[in-house]
Design a protein around this ligand. Structure first.
Ligand SMILES: [Zn+2]
Length: 500
């Protein structure tokens, strides 16, 4: 393919060799539908296809997550109840799943077999563009939430695949801490809500809202198609155009992810979470100190990966050691997350007490200030840099296809209208970071990103006995009232719906 030429409706915008992945990247745009497509031509038979949509939710009803489940419940060409389950059983795939992120939803498949790869691609494209759920409310009731009533005299309850899944998620203190942390750090943007769905909010989702979210976001103009591996690319483009994209006209989709305005001053908050009435409260408090970065360069992003490893993960990690020695908690961990528009850097202390809250921040910031002043241990940094470099070169993704790791990595840039090809390059950044070992770059990064950064929150959760029981009681009372206000015919309809 040549630049500026058109192949089955796709215009080739750019072609670049990418040394880091031993391949050539072709960036295309489908002119009629507005769909973006990135093809990586590499000598790999483990082919990957993925279609992603930018799906930032405005609330915690779990609409993006319920959508991900629901579109895989049958479509125009594949009107089965669960084509996804059939595929898992019957295909030669090397990867098959779908993932809801805070601001996007990905549908990737991989296979080494040409025919199988083609079928998987067909099933996924048909699922996202022609799902049965667009007109079948019962699928959302099954996958999202519904009133459950086997007999007219029974107690009314909430049920649903995602509802039940998220009830499980929300019973873990780590998830509760993360939910509060994100809400405190991003009060005005999509990252402050839970795209997975908070069980308290899931029953607020209506079918009309669901359909609105589908119509707005699941359009080719809001999609990012990724192809990787040895294949007849022109045949694939023809298929995608003829069967799918040519049926759509480009529209403007307002799905941009807005930026949270930085804080003038860091926040400090605390929230209760439930433990059993028999359990002891001792050692069950958790603290998370988290910093929100401004939009970052590839160098800074990798730099923070390296710092996180050096300070918190490596055997001699000084920040971890400082917190352990001070006895603020039994477990210290942390991470740097940059698959969001505004990356976050976090230190989490678990097995702690509420009285330690202020000390966590004092200890972290005084240790960071000391490291900046005295200079970081070069051999420690170098070891972490080598580990990061090795991980990049291996593109090891827990045994999953390498092309999938690339497909996920490009979305870190592409989803925010930045250059997806640039996301695959790292040699130049590594050279700069190696120079950074001796020119004060890492110390400057700590100062700029953490010590002088006021967009931060210290969020704690502490145990409270019997909270869950109280909550369940309130929910039961609410459902009882809902049922009391229903007519006999409405109750009968719910019994019938439950059976259906
Ligand atoms: Zn799920």
């Amino acid at each position: 393919m040549k630049e500026q030429n058109i192949y089955s409706g796709f215009k080739v915008e750019r072609i670049e060799t990418v040394q880091e992945i031993s391949g050539t990247a072709y960036l295309l745009r489908h002119e009629k539908s507005g769909a973006r497509l990135l093809y990586i031509d590499a000598d790999d038979t483990n082919k990957v296809f993925s279609i992603s949509f930018r799906t930032p939710p405005k609330d915690s009803t779990g609409v993006a997550h319920i959508m991900e489940h629901s579109v895989l419940c049958g479509s125009r060409k594949f009107p089965l109840k669960e084509p996804f389950v059939e595929l898992v059983k019957g295909s030669l795939n090397t990867f098959l799943n779908a993932m809801t992120y805070p601001d996007k939803t990905m549908y990737p498949v991989a296979s080494k077999n040409d025919k199988d790869f083609h079928n998987l691609m067909d099933v996924y494209l048909d699922a996202v563009f022609y799902p049965r759920v667009a007109t079948d409310k019962e699928i959302v009731m099954q996958e999202g939430w519904h009133y459950e009533l086997d007999n007219a005299d029974d107690e009314l309850t909430y049920k649903g695949v995602v509802y039940n899944e998220m009830k499980g998620v929300y019973s873990s203190p780590d998830s509760i801490l993360e939910t509060h942390m994100m809400a405190d750090l991003f009060p005005d943007t999509t990252y402050g809500v839970d795209s997975g769905g908070n069980p308290d909010n899931i029953p607020d989702l209506t079918y009309e809202d669901f359909q609105g979210f589908y119509k707005k976001n699941y359009h080719p103009s809001n999609s990012y198609i990724f192809l990787y591996g040895k294949m007849d690319i022109e045949a694939q483009l023809k298929f995608i155009n003829d069967e799918y994209l040519q049926n759509f006209d480009a529209i403007t989709v307002d799905s941009e992810i807005t930026l949270q305005k930085p804080f003038a001053e860091g926040k400090v908050t605390a929230y209760p979470y439930s433990i059993g009435t028999e359990e002891s409260e001792s050692g069950k408090t958790m603290h998370a100190l988290t910093y929100v970065m401004p939009e970052m360069s590839v160098v800074d992003s990798l730099g923070l990966d390296i710092l996180t490893h050096a300070l918190l993960t490596s055997p001699a990690a000084p920040l971890k050691e400082k917190l352990v020695k001070a006895g603020v908690g039994s477990d210290i961990s942390g991470y740097f997350l940059d698959s969001v528009r505004q990356p976050i850097w976090n230190v989490t202390v678990s097995g702690s007490e509420m009285k330690e809250q202020a000390r966590v921040q004092e200890l972290v910031e005084s240790e960071l200030a000391r490291l900046v002043k005295e200079g970081l241990d070069k051999s420690l940094l170098e070891a972490s840099l080598n580990i990061t470099e090795f991980a990049l070169r291996e593109a090891d993704f827990g045994g999953r296809p390498i092309g999938l790791a690339y497909g996920i990595r490009v979305m870190d840039q592409w989803n925010y209208d930045k250059d997806p090809i640039q996301a695959l390059r790292y040699e130049e950044a590594l050279t700069q970071l190696r120079e950074g070992l001796t020119n004060g770059y890492f110390e400057e990064l700590i100062e700029r990103g953490l010590l002088k950064n006021q967009h931060k929150a210290l969020v704690s959760i502490y145990p409270e006995k019997g909270l869950q029981e109280k909550k369940e009681e309130a929910e039961r009372a609410q459902l009882k009232e809902i049922k009391a206000n229903m007519t006999e015919a409405e109750i009968e309809a719910i019994v019938a719906q439950t059976k259906a």
